[in-house]
Ligand binder design. Structure first.
Ligand code: ATP
Length: 285
C-alpha cells in the first residue's frame, strides 16, 4: 500500500491587475504570486476500493465531490483509466475562502501526490494542463517556485528568479469571500489604472523591501470593500501598525502586511490578536 505526505502551501498576491473580461466570462489578469509557509498537510494512502475517501479536521471543508481534492482525483482517474482508490487526509491550517487559495493548493498537491503514488510519470506540463481545468489558481502550485507571474486567468505561469525572502503578518477576518462574488461586483471602468508590474518586480529582484511594500496593488480591493466596507478597518489597523505595505490577497478578505523581520511579525501578531482571532505570520517559501 503506497502512502505519502505532502505540504500544501498558501499564496499571496503582491500585485493583481484585472486587464479585461474574456468571452468565456473569466477575466484576464496580471498577478505576482508568492508561495508562503502557511501550509496544509495532505496525506495519501492508496486503496483498492477504486474510490476516494477524504478526511479533514476543518468543519467547513466539503468531504464529497465539491472538494477540489475530489475533483483532482476524479480527473486523473477518468483521464488515465485508473482503478485504484485513495484515502486522503487534509490537516487544514490555511483559512477557507480567504483569498489564500487553500483549496486550489490542495488540488495541485493531489495531482502531484497521485502522480507519485500511482506511478503515472506525468510531466509538469501535463499536470499544469489538468490543474488549469480545476481552477485558475491551481497551476501556480504545480511549479516548484517561490515567485511567479500569472497571466491569462492567472493560470499561465512564469516562474520568477527572485531571491527575496519576505515576512508577512496576515489578518483573516471572519467574513468569508468567494472569488465569484468579488469578480461579479467588479466595475472594470474603475480598473483602468497605470500600475506597472515591472516596477514592483524590479524592487523585489533588488531586494528593496520598503519600495516593494509601497507598490503592493490589488484591483479587486474596490469590489472587496464594496461587498464588505467594514474590511477597511482591518486594512487601516494594519497600516497604523507602521507596516510599510498592506494589501488584500486575491479576492480577499485576507489582508496582509509586509514586514522586515520575523520579530516584527511576531510582535504585531500579539498586538493584532487582541482584535482578531485569525492572525498569522508567514514567510516566503
Ligand atoms: P476562491 O478565491 O476560489 O474562493 P479561496 O482561496 O479564497 O478561493 P479556498 O480556501 O480555496 O478559498 O475555498 C473556497 C471554497 O472552496 C470554499 O467554499 C470551500 O468550501 C471550497 N473547497 C473545496 N475544496 C476545498 C479544500 N480542499 N480546501 C478548502 N476549501 C475547499
Amino acid at each position: 500500500m503506497q502512502s505519502l505526505t505532502l505540504k500544501s502551501p498558501a499564496k499571496l498576491n503582491l500585485f493583481l491587475k484585472v486587464l479585461n473580461k474574456r468571452p468565456d466570462g473569466y477575466h484576464n489578469l496580471e498577478t505576482i504570486f508568492e508561495r508562503i509557509d502557511l501550509c496544509d498537510v495532505v496525506g495519501f494512502r492508496s486503496n483498492r476500493s477504486g474510490r476516494i475517501r477524504i478526511a479533514c479536521d476543518h468543519p467547513e471543508v466539503p468531504l464529497g465531490p465539491k472538494n477540489l481534492v475530489y475533483k483532482a482525483f476524479q480527473l486523473l482517474q477518468k483521464e488515465f483509466g485508473i482503478r485504484e482508490g485513495v484515502d486522503i487526509k487534509i490537516a487544514k491550517r490555511i483559512p477557507v475562502a480567504a483569498g489564500l487559495a487553500g483549496g486550489s493548493s490542495n488540488a495541485a498537491t493531489t495531482l502531484l501526490g497521485l502522480n507519485q503514488i500511482w506511478g503515472l510519470g506525468l510531466p509538469r506540463q501535463k499536470l499544469v494542463e489538468l490543474g488549469a481545468r480545476l481552477g485558475s489558481d491551481v497551476p501556480f502550485f504545480l511549479y516548484d517556485a517561490s515567485w511567479a507571474l500569472g497571466t491569462g486567468r492567472g493560470d499561465q505561469i512564469k516562474p520568477l528568479d527572485i531571491r527575496a525572502k519576505l515576512w508577512h503578518i496576515i489578518v483573516v477576518p471572519r467574513r468569508k469571500m468567494y472569488s465569484r462574488e468579488v469578480f461579479t461586483a467588479l466595475n472594470l471602468e474603475l480598473t483602468k489604472n497605470k500600475h506597472d508590474v515591472n516596477i514592483l518586480l524590479r524592487s523585489l529582484r533588488k531586494g528593496s523591501l520598503e519600495k516593494a511594500a509601497r507598490l503592493l496593488f490589488n484591483d479587486l480591493e474596490t469590489s472587496i470593500l464594496g461587498i464588505c466596507p467594514k474590511l477597511l478597518t482591518v486594512k487601516k489597523r494594519l497600516q497604523a501598525c507602521d507596516v510599510p505595505g498592506v494589501a488584500f490577497s486575491g479576492s480577499g478578505p485576507a489582508v496582509y502586511g509586509l514586514v522586515t523581520s520575523q520579530e516584527k511579525a511576531r510582535h504585531l501578531q500579539k498586538n493584532l490578536n487582541r482584535f482578531y482571532k485569525q492572525v498569522f505570520t508567514a514567510a516566503t517559501l
